[in-house]
Design a protein around this ligand. Structure first.
Ligand SMILES: Nc1ncnc2c1ncn2[C@@H]1O[C@H](COP(=O)(O)OP(=O)(O)OP(=O)(O)O)[C@@H](O)[C@H]1O
Ligand SMILES: [Mg+2]
Length: 456
């Protein structure tokens, strides 16, 4: 196939024209098929990807314009040249409006026809090359679905590649929503363990006792309700990777046991006496300041050193502003596909609003904002007016808006509400973590959420 200069389909009810064009194009080294009506042409098109269709405008049955419309909707990348008979220039103009590449008058001037077909083929080649380049660019700016082109993200991509193949323990640190879990996944799926399991444990959501049995399993009768032996996450991760998410939230008691697994690769199930050996690579992540926690006596220093063999520091989004347009376009495209809308991108204004915002919820927040904009926008390009939620939420001048309120209690309430929303966002809407961060009791937080009618 590649030996042909291009593929041409000629459609005309006049036999003379078909054989004339077939001969002309074949001699020039093209692959040519002919059809005496639109129906037959469509059958050929189903079977083969043609570069150019040359179609007569007036044919019995389906005419050239209808055929053109069908080709444009089914095979938009195929170029169509229409043939017009006796000066039916109006219909030729109509054909161009409907997407024909050009028209040519009978009697046919072969040189002009060759010129047009060469042009179409060249355009198609450029288009294909363009798509290829775009894909390459996308790949260059992403690594295992992690998007970014800032030097910080490039360093992280390099680090992932360097450490993936080793057995070293990795500690990923960064604010909420910066992509720590994505990085953990990338390390596992680029490692020699990729065909074995990646087991994730969210250490923040389980109480101390539950976390312990979750990690190490238990034996029958270990506690009320333990009717049978149960395997823990470490055993499940054998030969694979265990991802200890939110490691900063583990209690001191469980920290001791984790330290032992890290040092000796062994542990016992809760209530059991048999020592089990495990071969699991450990990746941990946290958005907590562990050094601070060590000073306060909340985190063991020895465990910290065992975990912190390869530290990966993920910078907050506001420190890598050049990634914002790339991520925004990526999320717009993703949610556009999901919602079957016709959003083509973002306006420059919208991008500059995004680049000037400080993103306390980082990439997760950006994705939410873009998803909402894609769903709600009436435009082809997301504009700054579609980014309403950004106004007034921890933007640099939002504190000024607060003063618009009249009384002191009103101003205080407003500050409180914003602080709660921001903290909840930073904590991925986890109320327990947010209440701890805010220094208030969980029930107090719940009552304030309902008082301020915060939607979660
Ligand atoms: N660089 C990135 N490219 C593409 N998507 C990203 C990137 N960073 C984060 N995301 C997306 O943002 C969301 C949050 O990422 P992730 O869960 O990995 O963050 P995290 O750091 O683990 O947050 P948390 O501390 O709240 O658990 C996910 O949906 C993720 O797919
Ligand atoms: Mg996470």
């Amino acid at each position: 196939m590649e030996d042909f200069k291009g593929k041409i389909l000629v459609v005309d009810d006049e036999f003379d024209i078909l054989s004339l064009l077939e001969g002309l194009f074949k001699r020039k080294g093209f692959f040519v098929k002919t059809a005496e009506n639109a129906e037959k042409a469509l059958m050929h098109l189903k079977a083969e990807d043609y570069d150019v269709v040359i179609a007569d405008l007036i044919m019995p049955g389906k005419n050239g314009i209808d055929l053109l419309c069908e080709i444009k909707s089914l095979y938009p990348r195929t170029g169509v040249i229409v043939l017009t008979g006796h000066g039916t220039i109006e219909s030729a103009v109509e054909a161009i409006k409907k997407g024909a590449f050009n028209y040519i008058k009978k009697p046919i001037n072969p040189e002009y026809l060759f010129l047009l077909t060469d042009k179409i083929i060249e355009l198609r080649r450029l288009e294909a090359h363009n798509i290829y380049l775009q894909n390459q660019l996308r790949q260059r700016y992403s690594f295992s679905q992690i998007i970014g082109k800032s030097h910080q993200m490039n360093n992280i991509f390099q680090l992932i590649q360097d450490v993936a193949q080793t057995q070293s323990t990795v500690l990923i640190r960064g604010e909420s929503g910066t992509g720590k879990e994505l990085i953990a996944n990338a390390i596992h799926f680029n490692s020699l363990r990729k065909n074995n399991k990646l087991i994730r444990v969210n250490c923040a959501v389980l109480s101390e006792n539950l976390l312990e049995t979750e990690l190490f399993g238990h034996v029958r009768g270990a506690f009320t309700g333990a009717y049978r032996d149960r395997m823990g996450r470490f055993e499940m991760a054998n030969k694979g990777t265990i991802f200890l998410d939110e490691i900063g939230d583990v209690s001191l008691n469980v920290q001791v046991k984790l330290l032992r697994v890290l040092q000796e690769s062994e542990f016992e199930r809760v209530g059991g006496s048999k020592t089990l050996k495990v071969d699991a690579r450990i990746i941990a992540a946290t958005n907590k300041n562990l050094e601070h926690a060590i000073k306060k006596g909340e985190f063991r220093e020895d465990l910290y050193y065992r975990l912190n063999v390869i530290p990966i520091e993920v910078p907050p989004l506001r420190e890598r502003v050049e990634d914002i347009p790339l991520l925004a376009r990526h999320f717009a495209e993703k949610h556009n596909e999901e919602t079957v809308k016709n959003v083509k991108g973002l306006t420059q204004d919208a991008l500059s609003v995004l680049m000037n915002y400080d993103w306390p919820g980082n990439v997760r927040e950006l994705e939410n904002v873009i998803e909402r904009a894609v769903v709600l926008t009436k435009n082809e390009y997301i504009d700054h007016s579609d980014l309403q939620p950004l106004n007034g939420l921890s933007s640099p001048d939002s504190s000024l808006n607060l003063l618009d309120h009249k009384s002191l209690p009103e101003v205080m309430n407003n500050i409180e509400k914003q602080m709660i929303i921001n903290t909840l966002k930073q904590c991925n809407w986890n109320k327990s973590i947010a209440s701890r961060k805010l220094g208030i009791h969980r029930t107090t937080l719940l009552s304030k959420i309902s008082k301020y009618e915060i939607n979660i």
